[in-house]
Write a protein that binds this ligand. Structure first.
Ligand SMILES: [Mn+2]
Length: 356
């Protein structure tokens, strides 16, 4: 039995009713799509196609190679390479379903097109504070991933029979990647209830793990070694470690989209580090990825200091400052949370080592 909250049920019913009279559905996910973005997008796409609803799946820019194995990726249209086609699709859609993001800003150049469209906008997402652009919201910050919401959606609309291995693989990929392989955001029994349902569909979870995590290039592994050896800075008094990478360095290691995936979590293996940051130089800005373990809200931090946001334990932001100034700004900002971080540390010591 999957338990779904009341307001979610209303959203699910509204979307189900809307889809019954829709003609062209567009499913969209965010810029720099990750495993949950592509997994949720494709799970929804396969489901709607199976239901006989005309649908298209679009993302703003390219996504990493470790997601190419998912069935249906050849149908995903990338806005950056197909601007005209996507503009036409947006114009001709009567329903747009946004998965795994809640703010048109996260669509970059595709955002204004969507804003101008008269389609009914629907949200399926687990990030906090959705903006006001959506008429129907299927929104829950307590779930592990958007993929989990898609699973619940299909079950609650009474379409369990339409779930199959292909949809199951996409959903599993979303949950697995958004929980760092069940190491965070995955303490709810309902997540495992869903995993159980997916296994019953015949998905091979070990295969999916291999395809996602054991499929990188030699150069990526070398870049990882370089980061750990030469580009990681520890701020033990702030329980923080950060890694910073210039575009030149990434280039040197033949950087491909997705190659820095997971780097931001590496410093957590160090004792007493519960905040970790990756600064990556992009074409005209520095991208900041920030993670925490425990209660320190990195989404608030990124929103306040780096024009970003996200989840409590996983967020990001960006700045037009150079690398040196970005890091200085970060260090100054974090310094102002020193007391809070010390309290966090004490609390962690008590809870981590409490054997009762
Ligand atoms: Mn997600």
């Amino acid at each position: 039995m999957t338990i779904v909250k009341k307001n979610l049920l209303a959203g699910i019913r509204n979307l189900d009713a809307l889809l019954k009279k829709s003609k062209n559905v567009l499913i969209l996910s965010h810029y720099n799509p990750d495993g949950d973005a592509i997994g949720s997008l494709l799970a929804m796409y396969h489901y709607l196609v199976k239901k006989g609803i005309k649908s298209s799946a679009v993302v703003p820019n390219d996504y990493p190679e470790f997601l190419f194995w998912m069935k249906g990726t050849k149908d995903v249209i990338v806005f950056h390479n197909n601007r005209k086609k996507v503009s036409d699709l947006v114009r001709n859609s009567d329903v747009v379903i946004c998965v795994d993001f809640n703010d048109f800003e996260r669509l970059k150049g595709l955002g204004p097109l969507l804003k101008a469209s008269t389609a009914t906008k629907v949200l399926i997402d687990h990030h906090p504070n959705p903006d006001g652009n959506f008429l129907i919201k299927i929104h829950d910050t307590s779930v592990s991933s958007t993929a989990e919401l898609i699973y619940n959606y299909i079950i609650k609309t009474g379409d369990k029979k339409l779930l199959d291995k292909t949809i199951g693989e996409c959903i599993f990929a979303g949950i697995m990647t958004d929980t760092g392989c069940f190491s965070f955001n995955s303490s709810s029994p309902s997540t495992y209830h869903i995993i159980s349902g997916l296994l019953k569909l015949g998905i091979n979870k070990d295969r999916i793990y291999n395809l996602v995590y054991d499929n990188f290039s030699y150069e990526r592994m070398q870049l990882m070694g370089y980061c750990l050896n030469e580009k990681m800075v520890l701020l033990p008094e702030l329980f923080t470690a950060y890694i910073y990478l210039s575009s030149e360095e990434m280039c040197k290691f033949g950087f491909k989209s997705g190659d820095s995936e997971g780097f931001v979590n590496l410093p957590f293996s160090i004792k007493n580090i519960f905040i970790s940051v990756l600064f990556a130089e992009k074409r005209d800005h520095i991208r900041i990825s920030m993670r925490s373990r425990g209660d320190f809200p990195v989404n608030d931090f990124c929103e306040k200091h780096f024009n970003g946001g996200g989840h409590k334990n996983a967020a990001g932001g960006e700045t037009k400052l150079g690398m040196k100034d970005t890091i200085q700004k970060f260090r100054n900002a974090l310094e102002s949370y020193k007391n809070e971080l010390e309290l966090q540390y004490k609390h962690r010591q008590q809870t981590l080592f409490d054997t009762n």
